[in-house]
Design a protein around this ligand. Structure first.
Ligand code: UDP
Ligand code: MG
Length: 313
């Protein structure tokens, strides 16, 4: 089994996390290794990983050439993991390693994807909790992608599911949506996410909003359709207003038209910008996809299956 762990500046968590996975896996009888994907860390994570690589046979690592983000790091891990089952999880202990035997037992029962569902997250603000719940409700409403509220990137995938996942090469990734839509035999396991063991969350509000956009725009064209209807409705209203203006002038009751002009200008200007903005978001995504750039670049692989001819750390 392979445990894929994206790492971005987690120096204070790595050793503790590795030990916790070891403890959890020892009782299961399965052979395993942890594949850390260093997502361009700038703290001492990299040298800690190098130490682990030398001293621990259960540790392998890929080092990306810069910070590509959580989803790209996960993709790199899933591309290079060669276990019969692959678990993806965070390295900050918010995805408890003690749950690994339970995930494995579902896999042994024949499930291809064992998806964990966060019941509550300790120490998370009411704002994050509320917006997260609403967001997943909205996503389920407007797209065909089944993502449960609390769905996270802590899951086990059978080799067959991992191979299927590798066929998705889209740029702006929302992996929980991709996996949700993949089918196979899926089962859900609830868990309570504890607070981070050490360090701070790497997801700022800005990053979270971007990620939320990836989820919606990557899985639904409803915003495009809505913008069409918004345009249609504003056109209709403008016709009604025109009728009103002509009627007033026909009656000879002409008033200085400043208010009407301002209302029209701001209303239709606003609608047009909104529609253009939505188009722009999709266009940007098409642009990125058409360029077909790699989702991540590996600077160095150590302990992975691939041959590496460069310098080892
Ligand atoms: N992470 C990453 N690249 C990034 C941001 C985060 O690899 O650009 C890793 C991070 O090290 C952690 C996991 O992704 O193992 C989840 O990040 P974090 O705990 O900050 O997210 P949160 O739990 O706050 O949503
Ligand atoms: Mg976390």
């Amino acid at each position: 089994m392979t445990v894929v762990v994206p790492v971005y500046n987690e120096e204070a968590n790595l050793l503790h996390f590795t030990k916790a996975v070891e403890e959890a896996m020892n009782g299961t009888g399965w052979s395993y290794y942890i594949l850390f994907v260093d997502d361009g860390s700038t703290d001492s994570s990299r040298s800690i990983l190098c130490g682990l690589l030398r001293g621990n046979p259960h540790v392998r690592a890929c080092f990306l050439s810069r910070n590509y983000g959580h989803q790209a790091a996960l993709t790199c891990g899933l591309d290079h993991a060669d276990g019969d089952a692959v678990v993806t999880m965070d390295g900050d202990m918010q995805h408890p390693p003690s749950l690994l035997p339970k995930l494995l037992s579902f896999w042994e029962q024949g499930y291809d994807i064992v998806q964990t569902i966060r019941q509550t997250t300790e120490g998370v603000s009411w704002f994050k909790r509320l917006t997260s719940r609403w967001y997943y409700r909205l996503l389920n409403l407007i797209s065909a992608v089944p993502v449960q509220p609390g769905g996270s990137d802590f899951r086990l995938m059978d080799r067959q599911a991992v191979l299927a996942f590798r066929q998705y090469r889209e740029q702006d990734r929302f992996i929980r949506g991709l996996v949700g839509a993949m089918g196979f035999r899926q089962v859900q396991v609830p868990f309570v996410a504890p607070e981070r063991f050490a360090g701070k969350s790497k997801f700022s509000l800005r990053k979270m909003i971007r990620f939320a956009f990836d989820g919606i725009l990557g899985n639904s064209i409803l915003p495009l359709r809505l913008s069409f209807y918004a345009g249609l409705i504003s056109l209709l209203i403008s016709f009604l207003l025109l009728g009103h203006v002509f009627f007033e002038s026909w009656m000879g009751d002409v008033v200085p038209g400043w208010t009407t002009i301002m209302v029209c200008l701001s209303f239709f200007g606003g609608t047009q910008l909104l529609v253009l903005g939505i188009l722009g978001e999709y266009l940007g995504r098409v642009f990125r996809q058409v360029k077909g750039r790699p989702i991540y670049l590996i600077q160095q692989i150590d302990g992975c299956q691939e041959e590496w001819n460069g310098e080892r750390c």
